[in-house]
Design a protein around this ligand. Structure first.
Ligand code: 0O2
Length: 207
């Protein structure tokens, strides 16, 4: 592994994360200003560690090289946006789609089509421009958008996967799938309640 080359790549990822955070924050502030509503509960961002990237490459059958990280690990730069309601997820997708800075090249709706594990979230695979001395370079990033309930599920699932090193007992897998179904139902109920509350509020304002 060429350490100078790796340093250059990490510098690009770090710059891309800053650009992404700034652009998303501006878009959300503008949305809140225009709609008097903030669809976001919280945002987390991270750069994937070199160790984690190496594990991903090995699991995909690639050698651990700088070139392979760049070509095959598309979530070195990651942003997770957590919101209250299902409708917020899709509103945030629209907000990001409106950006001229962020280029979306792939969308994965794991809410309409959850993964076999029960995992649900909306993923956007994007490119972010990074301005370097020798020109602009487009850097890949992954944006995950999910409700608080989905985030709760995913964080326990992450702990379970780590604890059992991927060899999860079938009864736990099954229980996690049941929890994912419950969470999906809860998200729908909470959205419906919020819509009902909004309708009552609107009626009262008319009167
Ligand atoms: P971490 O720790 O979050 O970095 P690939 O990224 O190559 O594996 P793909 O199709 O590009 O595959 O990505 P995918 O599956 O759309 O999204 C991968 C990321 O989604 C994962 O990154 C997790 O963050 C999250 N994810 C996907 N499936 C699950 C799941 O079953 N449970 C949980 N908790 N998270 C999931 P990493 O790199 O695996 O992990």
């Amino acid at each position: 592994m060429d350490t100078k080359e790796l340093e250059g790549l990490l510098l690009k990822y770090s710059a891309a994360l800053k650009t992404l955070e700034t652009e998303i924050s501006i878009l959300l502030q503008d949305y809140e200003y225009k709609n008097n509503y903030n669809p976001v509960e919280h945002i987390k961002s991270r750069l994937k560690s070199y160790d984690s990237a190496s594990k991903k490459l090995i699991s995909k059958g690639y050698d651990v090289t700088v070139k392979n990280i760049e070509e095959h690990v598309h979530d070195m730069v990651g942003l997770r946006i957590v919101c209250s309601f299902l409708s917020d997820v899709y509103e945030i997708v629209k907000i990001i789609e409106s950006s001229d800075q962020i280029t979306i090249h792939d969308k994965e709706d794991y809410i309409s089509n959850p993964k076999e594990t029960g995992y649900s979230s909306y993923h956007l695979n994007v490119y972010v421009p990074v301005y370097l001395i020798d020109g602009i370079t487009m850097v890949a990033a992954e944006i995950q958008i999910r409700t608080v309930a989905m985030d709760f599920w995913a964080s326990l699932d992450h702990k379970i996967t780590y604890k059992f090193k991927g060899e999860i007992p079938s009864e736990i897998q099954e229980e996690m799938q049941n929890c994912a179904d419950d969470i999906h139902k809860l998200d729908r109920k909470m959205l419906s309640l919020n819509n009902q509350m909004q309708e009552i509020k609107d009626d009262q304002e008319i009167i």
